[in-house]
Design a protein around this ligand. Sequence first.
Ligand SMILES: [Zn+2]
Ligand SMILES: [Zn+2]
Length: 146
Amino acid sequence: MAEGEKLEKTGRCLCGAVTVTATAVDPHVHACHCAMCRRWNGGPAMASNCGTTVEIAGAENVTAYRSSAWAERAFCKTCGTNLFYRVVESDELIVNVGIFDDQSGLELAGEIFVDEQPGWYGFAGERNRMTGAEVFAMFAPKEDEA
Ligand SMILES: [Zn+2]
Ligand SMILES: [Zn+2]
């Protein structure tokens, strides 16, 4: 796949009250093992940066929880499906790829917060793995929480 190539995906929550159309899906999925993502999802987050152009139908059914100074986590208020992580300053949506109807073209490209990963599970294969400190150094956020 060419560098910088984006995918188009549609997706929805379990009950269908919320549907999304994303035209700039980064095919490089990242898994986040941090304690907040694990608590949020019941396991690591598997998400992709979809930029600022995601169209959301049924947005009145979306509840957003402000989980840190710089981000909120959104879910369907009816069925509880976790939808996306929104970076407040940039308005970028990091969408949980599990909600996409078509899973083709995606690739698990990296794992982050590997220092918070419990020892009882792991993904097979080799890829870029970063600790929380390495992630923060890359994005230089204001605080030390994910
Ligand atoms: Zn729903
Ligand atoms: Zn996380």
